[in-house]
Design a protein around this ligand. Structure first.
Ligand code: AMP
Length: 587
């Protein structure tokens, strides 16, 4: 058994942290004070692109590398803050020239390449509402989102257009223009589209950012839909203050950092922390166009001298699966902070970081609706592996119970499981679900936003994830969080991943069933099943341990990497599988 606690000392940190004393900062924290570190638009107002790019381009970081793009063919291209300013201005001029303006919805569907960044930043500059889509989506999810979001303009590549968009153009009646990025840099001539490179070449470098305010909409993110139909969450320019503050305190970004966020900008993490937060802090952001490959990733960490790495549990589990020998061929002397988000981070994964990378992985928690990191293990704080950490300064969290009459009671007793709630007032709170006012209203009770996650808070103020409200298992009156059971199973040397669901049972309500994928070198067998059942019973006790285990070569996951527990459940019970647009291929 590993220790329950990873202690830290300030002296052991290589760079003085932005957040040395979390309790002290919490006492004196004010969003207004932090806001003074943002520039604001010259004539008044606030715009994400100005904070992220233009103010650096007008200052001493003008020539500093903002983006380091690693293309799929192995080439790398650097862009300075000043280049990014000029190119995003051009993009803004292209959009304006097409009659796109304030409040119009701009969708971007392309891989991690320069044009994606220019479209997002150029969109902010004209006051449009930007919605980056994941490029692996098929035609149906693309059309659904553009229709739901009433997209007026789409930026995509020629090949994606031909493969995925052309067949559904008729399903997107709001779309006025499609801007195409030519494959291999050649001009495009697909009917009904415009060639982006040609328009960019004709556009000028100067653009006056539209005077947006804190409350002007900036981003539309569709939630990854682990439970139901994707919802469009609207975010405003004022969210940039959360991106700035969390980049500073949760990710400890310093201007000299080389930063790598592995999330695709088609998901909220890839936008908030793959585009916006690193630029706000003037760092160099590494952008890799390729898909996951363990060796390639280790090489990026080593060769690009990444100092801050923000990734996801699913990626870490895949690296764990690839084995420690591979990692040992590389070294990571520049790496000083590793963080993860998106799913529960099993204690095994935290320790894997310490063993293999030389640094524990720091879990943090947030969701599309919160727009930015809310709960985190920060750089100087002791880690309790398996915990999401503590609410960041400026964030007030609590655990609540929803009563039958619709009221909500705050549960003050430490370690009581209930729904995680946040007090309104953080700047990146979503401002609506598109077209679903009632659904939005139901997320709030008075001053509290109810997250839909179950958690508990221990006596030291650390929050522990229990499960989505919908995923929690009720057995003989116990509330069982799937994460706890999955983590225990993952401590067994044969287990690579686990997904746990509740199966209806006449006697106890629900019994726990686990789906398990095995590490390389292990074979599914009745003997191993019996061993795992016994192992789990010993770790968890009979009331919580799975009663059934099924082996599965791969667990169904969303494209953003979250285990989709509702799918094995629906398949087991013969229920409708629901919206599968975010399901990874082949699952
Ligand atoms: P999304 O809005 O699609 O990014 O999903 C947000 C959800 O992912 C949260 O409500 C949680 O259920 C889950 N999640 C995100 N981060 C964590 C974490 N650190 N630990 C556990 N669950 C997480």
């Amino acid at each position: 058994m590993r220790a329950a606690y990873i202690a830290k000392t300030l002296a052991a940190l290589r760079v003085p942290p932005n957040l040395a004393d979390e309790a002290a900062l919490r006492r004196q924290f004010s969003w207004d004070t932090e806001r003074r570190e943002l520039a604001g638009l010259p004539g008044g107002g606030l715009n994400i692109a100005h904070e992220a790019v233009d103010r650096h381009a007008q200052g001493e970081r003008r020539e500093h590398t903002a983006l380091r793009l690693l293309a799929a063919d192995g080439s790398r291209h650097d862009f300075s803050y000043e280049q990014l300013r000029r190119l995003s201005n051009r993009f803004a001029n292209v959009l304006t020239g097409l009659g796109i303006g304030r409040g119009d919805r701009l969708f971007v569907l392309c891989g991690r390449r320069l044009e994606l960044y220019l479209a997002v930043l150029g969109g902010f500059k004209i006051g449009a509402v930007v919605s980056p889509l994941f490029s692996a989506f098929g035609p149906e999810p693309i059309a659904t989102r553009i229709r739901l979001g009433q997209g007026k303009i789409l930026v995509t590549t020629e090949s994606l257009f031909r493969r995925k968009v052309a067949s559904v153009v008729a399903d997107m009646p709001s779309l006025r223009h499609t801007l195409l990025i030519g494959d291999d840099g050649h001009p495009t001539d697909a009917p009904g589209t415009l060639d982006l490179a040609g328009l960019m070449a004709d556009a000028v470098d100067d653009f006056d950012i539209i005077p947006t305010t804190d409350d002007d909409p900036a981003l539309l993110h569709f939630t990854s839909g682990t439970t139901g139909t994707p919802k469009g969450a609207l975010h405003v320019h004022g969210a940039v203050l959360t991106h700035y503050v969390t980049g500073k305190y949760a990710l400890d970004l310093h201007p000299q950092d080389i930063y790598w966020c592995t999330a695709d900008p088609g998901w909220v993490t890839g936008t908030s922390y793959g585009i916006i937060a690193p630029l706000l802090h003037g760092v160099t952001s590494v952008v890799d166009a390729a898909e996951f490959d363990a060796e390639h990733w280790y090489r990026i960490l080593q060769d690009e001298r990444v100092s801050i790495w923000y990734t996801a549990p699913t990626a870490i589990r895949m690296l764990m699966k690839a084995g420690p020998e591979l990692a040992r061929r590389y070294c990571f002397p520049s790496l000083r902070f590793v963080a993860s988000v998106g799913e529960p981070l099993n204690p095994e994964a935290v320790w894997w970081g310490a063993d293999v990378l030389g640094l524990p992985v720091h879990d943090n928690w947030w969701q599309t609706e919160t727009g930015g990191i809310m709960i985190a293990n920060t750089v100087a704080m002791p880690i309790k592996p398996g915990s999401m950490g503590k609410p960041l300064p400026g964030v007030e969290a609590c655990i609540v119970r929803r009563n039958a009459d619709g009221s909500v009671a705050v549960l003050h007793e430490p370690d009581t499981v209930g729904e995680l709630a946040l007090k309104r007032g953080w700047p990146s709170m979503f401002r609506g679900y598109l077209g679903q006012e009632e659904r939005y209203r139901k997320c709030f009770s008075g001053e509290l936003y109810l997250t839909g996650d179950l958690a508990r808070c221990d006596a030291d103020g650390y929050y522990w994830f229990v499960g989505r409200v919908d995923d929690v298992i009720k057995s003989s009156g116990h509330l069982i969080g799937p994460f706890e059971v999955e983590s225990a199973l993952m401590e067994h040397p044969a287990v690579a991943e686990a997904a746990v669901i509740g199966m209806p049972d006449e006697t106890v309500g629900e019994v726990v069933k686990a789906f398990v994928s095995l590490k390389r070198g292990f074979e599914a067998s009745d003997l191993l099943r019996a061993e795992l059942l016994g192992y789990a019973r010993k770790r968890l006790g009979a009331a919580v341990a799975p009663k059934e285990i099924a082996f599965s070569s791969a667990l169904p996951r969303t494209r953003s990497g979250k285990i989709m527990r509702r799918l094995p459940k629906a398949r087991e019970l013969g229920l409708p599988e629901g919206d599968l647009s975010t399901l990874e291929d082949g699952a």
